[in-house]
Design a binder for this molecule. Structure first.
Ligand SMILES: CC(C)(COP(=O)(O)OP(=O)(O)OC[C@H]1O[C@@H](n2cnc3c(N)ncnc32)[C@H](O)[C@@H]1OP(=O)(O)O)[C@@H](O)C(=O)NCCC(=O)NCCS
Length: 237
């Protein structure tokens, strides 16, 4: 998956194609989302086709239920990550929900911790295949480690080849039954490097977002200035 997190497998450095993919992924900024992102989250989820809603939620959620899902997202209890495109549209969303492990029978005996984290992810159709889903998954893993969670769990349809590919690449153990797949990844404990990595990623993503938002706002402001304003020349009073 091309990451510095030892929980994940990494690319062999000699493969040029994989090096390209690694470079592309390293430019993807994953930002932790908050209350103020709710409207963009709604736009992201409403933009998913029925077939994607089926893969993401396990059922084709109609718009009303998608809206209710977004309204009920709890940014204090859960952790939500996002990736924005150049126009600041939310093109990727990763959701970590923390659940007692006895609610997941498939994990019985897999951990001694009280909680596991369940991960759900979606990437807008126009932004797929660029490593955004993998990067969101990687960030979720680091966040779990730093939250003292050692098991990252994911449930998806067994037919979801892309997600199964990402899960397998990350080294997840996958159990398939009745057309569905449960996958989980054991994470190594946090260390100063994982703490620093997450803090840096969040800082860089927030800074990147702020610069782009301010640039857009300035461009809009300039565009609405009257065109007959005097221009200033060197030496003019
Ligand atoms: C699954 C999903 C999040 C992936 O997002 P993404 O940004 O395209 O993912 P990435 O670009 O990081 O990785 C895609 C990988 O899957 C591979 N892939 C794509 N289509 C595939 C297929 N049909 N079969 C197997 N692998 C496939 C790509 O080659 C790539 O692998 P690589 O990194 O080794 O080259 C996105 O397709 C999506 O939102 N789907 C709908 C919702 C969903 O399925 N959510 C998951 C359930 S919670």
């Amino acid at each position: 998956m091309g990451t510095s997190d030892p929980s994940f497998r990494s690319f062999p450095a000699s493969d040029p194609q994989q090096q390209d993919a690694h470079y592309q992924q390293s430019t993807i900024r994953v930002k932790e989302l908050s209350e103020r992102d709710r409207r963009r989250l709604l736009m992201h989820f409403l933009g998913l086709e029925d077939s994607d809603r089926l893969l993401r939620f396990g059922t084709v959620l109609p718009d009303e239920l998608v809206t209710r899902y977004v309204q009920r997202l709890d940014f204090v209890r859960d952790t939500v990550f996002g990736v924005f495109d150049a126009e600041l549209n939310l093109v990727g969303v990763g959701h970590l929900a923390y659940v007692p492990c006895d609610m997941k029978p498939v994990l019985s005996g897999a951990t001694e911790k009280e909680r596991v984290a369940e991960f759900g992810v979606s990437v807008s159709a126009s932004a797929r295949g660029r490593g955004i889903g993998s990067k969101l998954f990687e960030r979720a893993g680091i966040h779990c480690r730093n939250e003292d969670i050692d098991t990252l769990y994911m449930h998806c349809l067994a037919s979801n080849q892309t997600m199964i590919h990402i899960a397998r690449k990350a080294g997840m153990e996958i159990h398939r039954a009745h057309g569905e797949a449960d996958a989980y990844l054991k994470l190594v404990p946090a260390n100063p490097s994982s703490m620093l990595q997450e803090a840096m990623e969040q800082q860089v993503a927030s800074l990147d977002y702020t610069i782009r938002a301010n640039t857009r706002a300035a461009a809009r402001w300039l565009a609405q200035l009257p065109s007959h304003l005097p221009t200033f020349k060197d030496g003019a009073e």
